[in-house]
Design a protein around this ligand. Structure first.
Ligand SMILES: O=C(O)Cc1cc(O)ccc1O
Ligand SMILES: [Fe+2]
Length: 466
């Protein structure tokens, strides 16, 4: 418990030495003022210091205990104290939470986008968020969305609340200062953060123009993957996940606006205080962050290219065992040592769908075969059964290197994949976007046949002689 730290954040300043609580799935507790958490019960008649008790649940009350998520917030005023929600004008028409024929289409071709420009006009995180693709519906609590954000303005006197699902933030350019009801998260490119469904949060941009990726999941939450035969350790360690400590604002804010995303539409409600007025909290339903450089990769040590699932950081399950609504997978710096193996990703068609982004560096830069076109801030989508794999340059350079490729370290790169069982529909604006790379398919067109027919006849005549 962070009871000695008195975080009375009179402004939303983020100190350099932000404190966090470590762990994943823990029952945490945090007090900005010692004694603010009720002891022995959640909902006393009068809470310490006259605070209001409020529960936020992330699963139905009756969910099995091992899945049950909820937290208790002790706040200066309860979040119900606001004027009625009204449709936000203007809304954000590029935000989709119910994928259908009016807003998106099926597209089985290989798709790739260049990095989207960060606008010049003042744009905050809410207005700069645009859905690229997704499947299902937040109304039915089954599905996901992949968004990109570009923004250059902090959310002042605005808080966002996503009633549809959980957001996983993957910043690519610029730090995010995410103020949440549980406290502050600083997230730099190379780190990721999760803000679960329903938490109010405000995004500030201390570095100015910023860009990144967001995945949103409907109806479930992220878990750490099972490790199977890997054993009890490896990949993302629970203790490297960081949860904010309680921190509150109490200065009057006469025109504070809550922007609620509900069914993909935006609604606003006015209130006269900051929603970041939680003096203490406890529970297991919390925002958190994770530094991807802490990931402990496992990989091939003799032959063949392992499947990318070995690099799963977080997984959001479906009801089918082992089948993900959304896996968050990374391709971090690591040694390649496989012998007589084609080391880059194999050519493949996957029954799952793969959205990829690049945080920095070159993706799978095997033997410096610099594949063009997939640039930091860009993205690609290879949907269910859409063939893909290394481009011509990478194939030729890998084969030219032959058996001489000794141990080789892939460095200075960080790519990721959102992989889903559900077949994505692609949003209309994303298909019409000037950033769509219409020549993407060209990167494979040069792949030549290396088939040596003469070797086949030699092999069969040798066989006849035997
Ligand atoms: O398509 C991709 O680049 C992602 C990917 C990487 C890999 O090493 C194996 C399979 C796979 O889908
Ligand atoms: Fe793939």
């Amino acid at each position: 418990m962070a009871s000695e730290v008195v975080n009375t954040a009179e402004s939303l300043d983020f100190p350099a030495d932000l404190k966090y609580l470590p762990g994943f799935g823990n029952h945490f507790s945090s007090e900005a003022i010692a004694g603010a958490l009720p002891q022995g019960q959640n909902n006393p008649l009068i809470c310490p210091f006259g605070l209001y008790a409020e529960q936020i649940s992330g699963t139905s009350f009756t969910a099995p205990r091992k899945l049950n998520l909820r937290s208790w917030l002790y706040r200066i005023k309860p979040s119900v104290t606001h004027e009625p929600f009204k449709p936000r004008v203007p809304g954000n028409e590029k935000l989709i939470a119910d994928f259908n024929q009016s807003n998106s289409s099926a597209n089985p071709t290989q798709l790739r986008w260049k990095p989207v420009d960060i606008p010049e006009e003042p744009t905050n995180f809410i207005d700069g968020l645009q859905t690229i693709c997704g499947a299902g519906s937040s109304y039915l609590r089954h599905g996901y969305a992949v968004h990109m954000y570009t923004a250059n303005k902090s959310m002042d006197n605005y808080a966002f609340c996503n009633a549809d699902g959980d957001f996983l933030f993957v910043p690519q350019k610029g730090r995010l200062w995410i103020m949440t009801e549980c406290g502050r998260l600083e997230v730099i490119p190379g780190e990721v953060a999760v803000v679960p469904q329903g938490f109010r949060f405000a995004v500030s941009l201390p570095d100015g123009p910023s860009r990144g990726y967001v995945s949103e999941i409907f109806g479930t939450h992220f878990q750490l993957p099972d490790l199977g035969p890997i054993g009890a350790n490896g990949l993302a360690a629970a203790r490297d996940f960081l949860v904010p400590v309680a921190c509150f604002e109490e200065t009057p804010c006469p025109n504070y606006i809550i922007v609620q995303k509900y069914g993909g539409e935006l609604f606003t409600a006015k209130q006269d205080f900051s929603p970041f007025n939680v003096v203490a909290w406890h529970g297991n339903y919390v925002p958190y962050k994770y530094d991807l450089s802490k990931f402990c990769p496992y990989n091939t040590v003799l032959v063949d290219h392992g499947d990318p699932s070995v690099n799963t950081v977080l997984t959001a399950p479906t009801d089918k065992p082992g089948v993900a609504l959304l896996d968050f997978v990374i391709f971090p710096p690591r040694w390649l040592v496989a012998e007589h193996t084609f080391r880059p990703p194999y050519y493949h068609r996957n029954c799952m769908s793969e959205f990829m982004g690049l945080i920095y560096g070159n993706y799978e830069n095997h033997m410096q075969a610099k594949a063009d076109g997939f640039i930091p801030g860009g993205s690609s989508l290879h949907s269910c059964m859409t063939p893909h794999g290394p481009d011509t340059k990478t194939y030729e350079a890998t084969v030219a290197c032959g058996e001489n490729a000794g141990p080789y370290k892939i460095t200075d790169t960080l790519a990721f994949m959102f992989e889903s069982y559900l077949i994505p529909r692609v949003c209309t604006w994303a298909l019409e976007s000037p950033f769509l790379d219409n020549d993407y398919y060209q990167c494979w067109i040069g792949l030549r046949s290396h088939f040596r027919k003469e070797d086949c006849s030699k092999a069969s005549s040798n066989q006849d002689a035997d």
